[in-house]
Design a protein around this ligand. Structure first.
Ligand SMILES: NC(=O)C1=CN([C@@H]2O[C@H](COP(=O)(O)OP(=O)(O)OC[C@H]3O[C@@H](n4cnc5c(N)ncnc54)[C@H](OP(=O)(O)O)[C@@H]3O)[C@@H](O)[C@H]2O)C=CC1
Ligand SMILES: CC(C)(CO)C(=O)C(=O)O
Length: 299
């Protein structure tokens, strides 16, 4: 397949590198990473060890492919959608954390937009190289649930390239469960400056559990069956599996970068407001991160 990976940062470079073992991949990213990939190829290290030679460009406009895989940060989705809309694709998929990216893409693109989640860990350490810090899986499917030929085709493309992949018919529930995990872990660890494993017990675990429970309550108000206990168990499962991780939001805070707070806890707050629900823990976490974003040097 011809595949465009829009957002050749950490996750996009890893997924693009894995896909390039089997498919014709074009990475859309920034220099000096793009220049290094064009010059010497993309080295995939950490839990893998191989080099591939995908195409790479800094100009994401006017491209055409069977599939567009979107891996920019959530706050860059609108710009990515605008660029992708100038090209031609049979399908697109978001592998981003947070909620709302699929809707943003679907509003601009003239092709089926699939939902996806990724539990691979990736860090781009230097231009032309990415490390896999944890082998996970990609789960994908139609964003409204059910099955589709586009989802099956994308699933086959990922699987044949050796990406652990599940094609799921319950993406709305899976997205809300992943949202509960990120709502519980990301902002809590970013503010407390602790690793994910610190949420398994101790003072911050209550905050993470409450944020996940609130998220489950909003999910149910949206018609998605996600129990309070299931949401808390998902947080515990992920915190245990990634105990030594510094969450992506904490990494962003430590590096002085913008965070994805609006599409994670901020999304829970926005949906709760529409449904007349109270989510005080998510509201507190969102406002504390917002306060810090106001003080962050602007891009
Ligand atoms: N890293 C991980 O292990 C995982 C990440 N995720 C999710 O995946 C998404 C991406 O995360 P991650 O890879 O860590 O983020 P990164 O910031 O490392 O990657 C995004 C990249 O896209 C680039 N980019 C943004 N807009 C454009 C554009 N218009 N044209 C070209 N390049 C562009 C960014 O460049 P610049 O910064 O210069 O704008 C950046 O290099 C997030 O939603 C994250 O939560 C999910 C699971 C695991
Ligand atoms: C699963 C988790 C919490 C792992 O750190 C993550 O998705 C993130 O940090 O953004």
């Amino acid at each position: 397949m011809d595949i465009v990976v829009f957002g050749a940062g950490s996750l996009g470079s890893l997924v693009g590198g894995l896909l390039a073992r089997e498919h014709a991949v074009t990475l859309v990213g920034r220099d000096p990473h793009v220049a290094a990939v064009r010059e010497s190829g993309l080295r995939v290290g950490g839990q893998f060890d191989f080099t591939v030679r995908p195409d790479a460009t800094t100009d994401g406009t006017g491209l055409a492919a069977d599939l567009a895989v979107v891996t920019v940060k959530a706050f860059d989705t609108a710009a990515a959608a605008e660029a992708l809309a100038t090209g031609r694709f049979d399908a697109a998929i978001s592998l981003q954390n947070g909620m709302g990216s699929e809707e943003t893409l679907a509003a601009s693109l003239d092709c089926p937009v699939l939902a996806g989640t990724a539990t691979y860990g990736a860090v781009r350490r230097e231009p032309g190289a990415v490390d896999c810090t944890g082998r996970g899986e990609v789960v994908l499917g139609p964003r409204e649930g059910g099955t589709s030929e586009a989802a099956d085709r994308a699933g086959r493309a990922f699987s044949t390239a050796g990406v652990e992949t599940t094609v799921a018919d319950d993406m709305p529930r899976r997205l809300w469960e992943k949202l509960a995990v990120n709502a519980g872990i990301n902002a809590t660890t970013a503010l407390a400056r602790v690793e994910n494993g610190a949420l398994l017990d101790g003072p911050a675990s209550e905050v993470a559990g409450d944020a996940a429970r609130e998220t489950a309550r909003v999910a149910r108000a949206e018609g998605v069956e996600l129990g309070d206990d299931e949401a808390v168990e998902a947080v515990e499962r992920v915190a245990r599996a990634t105990a030594a991780n510094t969450s992506s939001m904490q990494q962003d805070v430590l590096a002085g970068r913008r965070t994805e707070i609006e599409s994670i806890n901020g999304h829970v707050c926005a949906r709760a407001r529409e449904r007349g629900k109270s989510v005080p823990v998510n509201r507190t976490l969102t406002n504390l991160l917002r306060a810090r974003e106001r003080d962050r040097p602007q891009d």
